[in-house]
Design a protein around this ligand. Structure first.
Ligand code: NI
Length: 153
């Protein structure tokens, strides 16, 4: 188990754009393992590589639901519909949560850690996680989309 340091708050790397992964080499595989370890240790449901200081288009997600643990490499949103409004947080902004509007259903296309292209449709929390984490790859953070801050329990 290897934990990486999570970049937080006004760390400028959080505003930078991540590059596509071209080689699924050992460095990327270790990165993915470390990202899962780091995410679980921090009790998050998603983590983008930029949050551990690596500007590569790699995301890990685990909402806790069956079939909702996944690695997304070079992901893109190919369809979205509906709308949901709800509380959102981020491991890079500890102690905060805010209401953000997102599509309720989102389909992504991405590569898994073996290099297979897949598509996955998520609703509710998973759709929110797709949007939030893919935003990270574009240097965007949810705090800019909060319409109202909420107190975290
Ligand atoms: Ni985040």
């Amino acid at each position: 188990m290897a934990l990486r340091n999570i970049r937080v708050d006004d760390d400028p790397i959080l505003r930078k754009v991540s590059r596509p992964v071209e080689n699924l080499d050992q460095r990327v595989q270790v990165l993915i393992d470390d990202m899962f370890d780091t995410m679980y240790d921090a009790e998050g449901v998603g983590l983008a590589a930029v949050q551990v200081g690596v500007l590569k288009q790699v995301i890990v997600i685990d909402t806790g639901e069956e079939d909702e643990k996944m690695v997304l490499i070079n992901p893109e949103i190919i369809a979205s519909e509906g709308e949901q409004e709800g509380p959102e947080g981020c491991l890079s902004f500890p102690g905060k949560a805010g209401i953000v509007t997102r599509p309720n259903k989102v389909t992504v296309r991405a590569m898994d850690r073996e290099g297979n292209i897949f598509e996955k449709t998520g609703e509710g929390l998973l759709a929110r996680a797709f949007c939030h984490e893919i935003d990270h790859l574009h240097g965007q953070v949810y705090i800019d989309k909060v319409k109202e801050w909420v107190n975290r329990e």
